[in-house]
Design a protein around this ligand. Structure first.
Ligand SMILES: C[S@@+](CC[C@H](N)C(=O)[O-])C[C@H]1O[C@@H](n2cnc3c(N)ncnc32)[C@H](O)[C@@H]1O
Ligand code: SF4
Length: 453
């Protein structure tokens, strides 16, 4: 059955700029008050046998796509990558020396940028550095983001040899007019062949990234792209709404704003795509992920992290590389964002932490509520009571009552132990998360957040 559509006035009312809540508090609240010394102290307090997730950032691409909001740089020369990898190896050794000897790494993620810009030899080198420094579980989940235009058989083999078992492929859109308008030309054949290289080597988990809200997209063009995507039968699809923040991502100034779909068109596109994906047998998970019924993400309990949605419930996230974010029980840490600043920090013999956020009990409670909303579209005060005690549950119940009392668009409903998003309200869950966000402030000047639809 089709989800009931929201009326246009309500959509426009809710088309606010809001965080994507990949963390709470969101990264714009990180401050330099959290230092490398704090991070060192937090690492030293990791419990014996700690389960770890590693995120490793490669901030380089062959060319910069105009829409891209990732932390990356274009380079045609390999020397900057070689210089960066030297520091990355140093950081891997430095951080690993500070975690308990009997830790276990259960999840690895190489992101970027385009980690497959590394040569096959360097992929092996970084893989070996990680395997030397950390105790990686034999069945660890090991994911990597790849630009299919850079993939070769040799690189695919080296990735599989170092243990990669999940691939996330950037596609965005197959329509030539859209590709022209976003500065990213990528044929169907290149995408199909990159996927084939991994499937031929036994990799069974393939994700494809798509974006709606790009210039010149219409429902008809997106359905054509989707048809081609479905021909490749990915296990997962991430369907992101285009985040247009040209004041922060200067490359986005190349995008013709007059060709961008407005809020109502974005809403209609996202609804149409979600419907078509469900008809094709994909389960929607959270706001923007879809999983084939035989994929773990289709049914497993969901968590939210900086990469989006994951089945990874690990408490301890270690970020490696420029701009990488880590999360420990005490709070968040982020490495120096620019590759040069990051390399200088590592050369000075320090950890590369540039900023972070020390969590209070109130932050932890709100982070829990917001993560459950983003993942389950519901908050249970019973679950809050189990995790944080009776007083916290009463407090959250009070805030839930306020949200329920002011709901002109029918986006939330009462449940026996809390609140849930209605079917029509789900696409607008970020606006309900914002009601539980004690750090959110109005946005004067430069917009920080993207349109919440
Ligand atoms: C690191 S890239 C993926 C790997 C590789 N670099 C590539 O593009 O093929 C991460 C993904 O973020 C998404 N993305 C980047 N900029 C975005 C934006 N402004 N709005 C929404 N999604 C965006 C794209 O779907 C992209 O595939
Ligand atoms: S979308 Fe991917 S390939 Fe394009 S600039 Fe961003 S990180 Fe690089």
């Amino acid at each position: 059955m089709n989800a009931p559509l929201m009326d246009p006035a309500a959509v426009l009312r809710r088309a606010e700029r809001l965080p994507r809540y990949t963390s709470y508090p969101t990264a714009n609240h990180f401050t330099p008050e959290v230092t490398a010394q704090d991070y060192a102290a937090w690492l030293s307090l990791l419990p014996a046998g700690a389960a770890l997730s590693l995120y490793l950032h490669v901030p380089f691409c062959d060319s910069l796509c105009w829409y891209c909001a990732c932390s990356t740089k274009a380079t045609k020369r390999y020397a900057p990558i070689t210089a960066y990898l030297e520091r990355l190896e140093a950081e891997i050794a430095e951080v690993a020396a500070r975690v308990p000897a009997d830790h276990q790494v259960r999840h690895l993620h190489w992101g970027g940028g385009s980690p497959d810009i590394l040569s096959a030899a360097d992929i092996r080198r970084v893989g070996a550095a990680l395997a030397r420094a950390f105790r990686i579980a034999p069945d660890a989940e090991f994911a990597i983001e790849v630009d299919p235009r850079l993939m070769t058989a040799e690189k695919a083999q080296s990735l599989v040899d170092v243990g990669v078992n999940r691939i996330s492929i950037g596609v965005q859109d197959f329509e030539p007019a859209v590709q022209q308008a976003i500065g990213r030309m990528q044929s169907f054949a290149v995408t199909r062949d990159a996927i084939g290289l991994f499937r031929a080597r036994g990799v069974r988990s393939i994700n494809m990234d798509l974006v709606y809200g790009l210039p010149h997209q219409t429902e008809a063009t997106l359905m054509r792209t989707l048809e081609q995507v479905l021909d490749l039968s990915p296990d997962r699809i991430a369907l992101f709404g285009y985040a247009h923040l040209p004041q922060r991502a200067h490359n986005q100034r190349l995008i013709d704003e007059a060709a961008l779909p407005g809020a109502l068109a974005r809403y209609a596109m996202s609804q149409k795509l979600a419907q078509a994906l469900k008809q094709a047998g994909y389960a929607q998970r959270g706001i923007d992920h879809f999983a084939r019924s035989d994929d773990a993400l289709a049914t497993a309990p969901l968590n939210r992290n900086f990469q989006g949605y994951t089945t990874d419930a690990v408490e301890h996230l270690i970020g490696l590389g420029a701009s990488a974010i880590g999360k420990l029980p005490q709070g968040y840490v982020q490495n120096a964002v620019g590759a040069r600043e990051y390399m200088e920090a590592i050369d000075s013999g320090e950890l590369a932490t540039a900023r972070g956020f020390a969590l209070t009990d109130d932050d932890r409670l709100r982070a829990f509520v917001i993560e459950r909303l983003m993942c389950d579209f519901a908050v249970s005060t019973d679950a809050v009571r189990d995790a944080f005690g009776a007083r916290a549950a009463d407090h959250v119940q009070g805030e839930i009552e306020a949200v329920l009392a002011e709901d002109p668009d029918g986006v939330v409903a009462r449940t026996p132990d809390g609140l849930q998003m209605t079917e029509r309200g789900r696409p607008f869950v970020r606006s309900i998360c914002a009601r539980f966000d004690a750090h959110l402030s109005p946005e004067p000047g430069v917009a920080r957040h993207s349109m919440a639809i």
